[in-house]
Structure formats: C-alpha cells, structure tokens
Design a protein around this ligand. Sequence first.
Ligand SMILES: [Zn+2]
Ligand SMILES: [Zn+2]
Length: 561
Amino acid sequence: MDRLDAQSVANLLDELGRRLELTGESSFKVRAYHNGAEALRALDVPLADLIASRRLESLPGVGKALSEKIQSLHKTGTHLMLERLRSEVPDGLLELFALPGLGAKKVLALRDAGIVGIDALEAAIDDGRVAALKGFGPKLAGSLKAALPFARGAQGRRRMPEADAALAQALEKIRAWPGVERAEAAGEARRRCESVGTLEAVAATTDPAAVAERARELSGVRVIAADPKRFGAALVCASSAPAHLEGLRRRAAKLGIALGPDGALRGGKPCPTPDEASVYALLELPPIAPELREGLGELEAAEAGKLPKLLEERDLKGILHCHSTYSDGMQSVAQMAEAARALGMRYFGIADHSQSARYAGGLTPERVLQQHAEVDELNARYASEGVDFRIFKGIESDIREDGSLDYDDAMLARFDFVVASVHSQFQLDLEAQTKRICRAAAHPACTILGHPTGRLLLKREGYALDMERVLAACAKHGVAVEINAHPYRLDMDWRWHRRALELGAWLSVNPDAHETGELPMRYGVAMARKGGVSADRVLNALDRGGLEKWLERKRKQALKP
Ligand SMILES: [Zn+2]
Ligand SMILES: [Zn+2]
C-alpha cells in the first residue's frame, strides 16, 4: 500500500491520543500524541524525507517512542498500540467524546451505564437516564440534547486546510497515474465550503478502467474518471450543489440539450465540453465561479449579466485584527508588521486583546500606551526610510455582558480602530445576546464587529443571535462586519454576506493571526467569494489613504448627535 502522508499520520496520532484518554491514561501521556500530531501538521517537508534522513526526532516533542509509532503509521497505516486501542475503546465512545461538556471521565461514566454512541445517548437523554446519572443532571442532559444535531452534522467532516492538504496529495498521485491528462478537485472542496465531507476529484483519462483500478488504492478520495473531451461537464457536475445542477439541467433542457457527468448531448449528438467554461457557454451563460454553485440565485444573476466580480486575494491591501506577544500572539508587533509587508500589504493593524481578557494576556492601559509608543517609533522609521507602510493602532475590545466595551471612552478614542468581540457569556439567550452586540456596534469607537457568532467550525455552534438585527445595527452605525479568515472560525458565515451588503454594511476580511504563518487570508477570501462579495465593500481592500479616510468619516459620523 501507499505510504501515509504527514496529514494522515497526524490524524491517526490524534485518534490514538483520544482512545488512550478513554482508557483513563494520564493527560500528560495523552498530550504527547496530540503534540506530535501538531508537529506533523506544521511540517513543510514531506514526511518520507524526514524519515529517510532520520530527522524525525528533531521535531518538537517527538522522542524515540513516538518516532517509532510515526514510522509504523507512515509505513503500514497502523500500529499495534492503535489496533489494541481500537478493539478496547469502541467508536461509540469517540462519538461521545466529541460532544461539548463530555470529558473522558463523563464518557466512561456513560459507558458504565451502558450508554455508548450518539444514538444510545439520545435515547438515554429522552428517557431521563442521563439526567439521573451522578455528575450529570438535567442541565447537562439538556445541553447534550441540544448539541446532538450539530455533532451528527460534524461527523466525518474536515476543515478547509485539512481537506485541501489531503486533496493536494491525492491529486499529485492521480496526475502521475498513466493515462491521466489532468485532474482537479471537485465537490465541496472545489466549491470552497467552510467544511468538507467527501473528498472528490475528477481525472481526465483515455483509460477509465485503469483509473478505477488505481482509485481503489487511494483511501478517502472519490475519483471520477472522465473522457478528456467531456472533462468540463464531469467537473461541473461533480462540483455543483444539487440545486445548481438542477438549474443547469432545466436550462439545458430548454435549449434542447441533455447535460450529465458523461457530457452534453444535443439531438443525441455529443457536444465537446473539454473545460467548465465550455459547459456554461453551451448554455449561453458566462462562467459561474465554483464557489457560487449553490443554487442560491447565481443562475438568475448570470442570465441577467449581474454576477458579482468576486473578491480576489490580490485585492487586499492591508491586514487588520492581528495579535502580538503583547497579548496571546507568538511574535512582536514589528515581526508581524514586517511579515505583512512581505506579503505585499501596505498596512497592518495590530489588535491585541483588551484588559478584561485576562486568559489571553489582555492589555492594561499602561501596556496599551507602551505599545502605542512602540508603534509610533516603527511608523517613524518607515517614514524616514521612505517605506509606504503604516501600522494602525487597534485593539480587540471585549464586549462585556451588558454590551459595553472594555476600557473607558477616553482610552478607546486613542485607537485608530477597535474590533469589538464577544469572548464570554456565550450562553445568553437570543434576545439578550442580540441586544448586547447591537449595543456594542452602536458605541462610537466600534469599527469592526469581530467573529460575529463565535462559532468554532465542527466544534462549537455560534451563540444564539438575530443576525438580521445585528447586521442592520452595523450598517446603521457604519461598523464593518468581520469575515474572520481563521479556518477554525470563518465567521461571519458566508450565507449572510449578501444580506450584510444589501443592508449597507461594510465587510472586513481579517486573519485574526496569532503568528506570522496565520497572516495569509486565503480562506477568508474564499468565504467572501462564496458569499458573492466584491472588493468595493471590503474595508481592507481599500488602499491606505482610503482606509484613513474611511476611519476619519466613521469618527465624524460617530460624533454627530
Ligand atoms: Zn477574538
Ligand atoms: Zn483576535
């Protein structure tokens, strides 16, 4: 069999760690496996090279024992210890372990009560057994019940970076198969969905039987073989949401064309569709970007010539909302700014945590002033060297429970921009949470609403919120709504982007970077594209002068009674 890549080995190490924890093993031993997984995910060389040059043990946290396991997983896809744990710890326990509020101890208590797996848990919640268990109670039973639909939806899905990495490695292999002319990602990954279930690829080949044979060795990726003359039709069909495909088929039928993964037929005769553009041209439409193929009005927009010009990475001129060592970041302000400059940016906005975020080293007023002096010095240096670059002084101000912002107004007025974010009291009811955030947006100092729903993809649902009212408040008060580009957040959800624009709000694609490696905003741009966003309403697509004017206007508007 094929050797496993670093990504797949990392996933197995995580599985090993989780199963081990469910045997009651100490958290110290368990953490070693998750740390090893992290180290493998951060690799920038192929795992095989590292093993060949015997440098595995140079990775942080990888000792002799872990190195031996990584090599076995890489080579054979498994390890004796993993096999043993798989038979000792059933998958149903892992399902429970993924639920919020269930640590290893509680999962084992459920097991002892004969409750294993999500379905068994639901039944036991419904008949009152969970609430009656020692250490559980009706409150936890209620919140577990509420988490079940989300947990079921998250099963078997992965975030964008993991999906992209797995697909990139699969595509590299597929493209090397004999007879394959080209191969592309398809499905949800190609549509840039915020999380991906099945991994899919389409391969153009003159020998579909050979591809089908090879595809059997490729675990975890569905490979569709297509005739090169009909590659476009196969790719469109494999990358569209059902509603988009349905719309395309209806339109094709009106034009006397039968469209399917095997190509397009007019009057029984095949029409060549070597690429995706030729499929849309055949249907008398401009090409529709894969991100938009959801069946949410994009076909009507294409017919009317009103497709948005989607945001591109190169449209972004600056980076706002980043952290430094002042709070919970890994690098200094200067290092982060320089890394932003190296990415071609013209400005950088520091936004460390505010004082009430004690868990994240939030800044006291004294530390803020110290940081501002440092920023002034750095900016003076840029100016004296004739470098067209500016660091903007920002802060990620905690939204308090009552909707007020952290720091007093005099302090808040010292910042160039303020990202207001919720980091606590996630459980408020919809009305209280909505009022809280609308009040924060109405604060004159508020510039950007940070990660508006607080969701963590595949892990935690966003808090209860009336998004319509929140977006209307942001639009009214000239507050930009963040599209948090961190692949764990991607918040606000792309399904709300168009509504935000309709209401008149600005958007801002922010990396929320805690280290230089997190500065690129590709996943945020992917979300903005998916939401149908153009550059002209994105705050950090403004050039530096444009942003300065925007901030000045916002300041004046806020001062008006
Ligand atoms: Zn935050
Ligand atoms: Zn942040």
